[in-house]
Design a protein around this ligand. Structure first.
Ligand code: HEM
Length: 367
């Protein structure tokens, strides 16, 4: 044991001598965050589910075969023959849903506490990109089992792109690799799902976390604006003035331990969900038989329902414009206040948007 320890220490000294690992670790861990930010678990939980997705996704990719002839059979093989295959697949599916839920909760938390306001505009913009990439994971992953549900939900979902003025038709062919959903669609969705999106997500996430590290977490009781900027450097002990340090809490170990407890609880929730409701499989995909009720995943239901009740062009343009407004929110909302009572317009607009989205989703589910 002693010999092993000294070996570890020797490796540590070797690294320290060359790369100053200690000061690097201290820079990463010895930051302070506002005490009021203690319960900001949602972003960390989204990160947790992303890690679960990465691990279970790699395990699934060992057996999954991305061709129309083999895909369905390979999923059956994973579920029935591979040790714990059903468990890994169910965790991947449930964790994907939870990742989207927590990403949205995180966005709402940031919105209602005005944490997107200066100086965190870019953190928000990068966050919206992460949300889009997360939805991209959901959309591309849904096709992979190649069952009737997957095939037809993708057919209907990708059709929406075709409604875009001018570029719609080209975009549709680009998405599908042809005019209909075929082997080409499956292989490009697979490539996007397992390579393009994970790489893009990891890169964008790194930027999100670096921005967070540089600026620290926003204190919801703060004043927003150029003059209040020093308070926002709460991520670094060096930047926080003595009067501000009263309300600060060490990131390590306090915040990290709290976060780990939240992750542990979520792991339990995930196991319970998977045990009670393991994911199934519909009939194999049949391009000649259209099922009666084709619906996308729950997180696209509001767009789907909206699309059904308005002209096609409006149906596709409104969500795109909405996405741009969300992306540019920190630059559009010039109100310098953070407290909810001093930003009634933003709060009301946020609440109304949430209600409309939920209402359309329920309508889409029931219709
Ligand atoms: C999809 C993956 C995402 C991950 C893994 C992630 C991760 C995190 C983490 C760990 C934090 C630190 C504290 C917290 O949990 O609130 C954070 C903060 C933040 N995130 Fe995200 N985030 C994601 C998406 C988003 C989205 C969709 C938005 C908004 C559109 C966003 C905007 C922000 C902002 C502005 C902060 C700073 C909050 C503050 O200072 O209080 N993030 N993010």
């Amino acid at each position: 044991m002693g010999a092993r320890k000294s070996m570890v220490l020797r490796v540590w000294d070797w690294l320290e001598g060359r790369y100053q690992v200690r000061s690097m670790m201290e820079g990463l861990l010895h930051v302070e965050i506002p005490r009021t930010a203690r319960t900001y678990y949602f972003g960390g939980l989204t990160l947790f589910f992303f890690m679960v997705q990465a691990i279970t996704g790699i395990l699934l990719a060992i057996y999954y075969q991305p061709t129309p002839e083999a895909a369905y059979g390979s999923i059956l093989f994973i579920m029935n023959q591979v040790n714990f295959g059903w468990l890994i697949r169910s965790i991947h599916a449930w964790s994907a849903n939870l990742m989207i839920i927590y990403c949205v909760f995180h966005l709402l938390r940031v919105f209602f506490q005005a944490a997107y306001k200066p100086p965190r505009e870019l953190t928000w913009v990068v966050g919206v990109l992460l949300l889009l990439l997360t939805l991209g994971f959901g959309f591309t992953g849904y096709l992979l089992p190649w069952d009737q549900r997957a095939y037809w939900a993708t057919t209907v979902g990708s059709e929406a792109a075709g409604a875009l003025p001018l570029v719609g038709e080209k975009l549709l062919v680009f998405l599908r690799g042809g005019t209909t959903v075929t082997a080409r669609t499956l292989s490009r969705f697979f490539g996007t799902h397992v390579l393009v999106l994970p790489l893009a997500f990891a890169g964008v996430l790194l930027v999100h976390l670096v921005l967070l590290h540089v600026q620290g977490l926003a204190d919801p009781t703060r004043k927003v604006g150029a003059k209040a900027v020093p308070e926002m450097g709460a991520g670094s002990t060096a930047k926080a003035g003595p009067q501000k340090r009263v309300g600060l809490l060490p990131f390590f170990p306090n915040y990290v331990l709290d976060e780990f407890i939240a992750w542990y609880v979520m792991l339990a929730v995930l196991i319970i969900l998977v045990s009670l409701r393991p994911v199934g499989l519909a009939e194999p995909a049949d391009p000649l038989v259209t099922p009666e009720h084709i619906k996308p995943e729950w997180y696209f239901l509001f767009v789907y329902q909206f699309f059904k009740v308005v002209p096609r062009v409006v149906g596709v343009l409104v969500p795109i414009i909405g996405g741009f407004l969300l992306l540019l929110l920190p630059f559009l909302d010039r109100n310098p206040h953070a407290e909810p009572r001093r930003r009634p317009f933003a709060i009301i607009a946020g609440v109304v948007t949430v209600i409309v989205i939920v209402a359309f989703s329920i309508w889409g589910l029931l219709s």
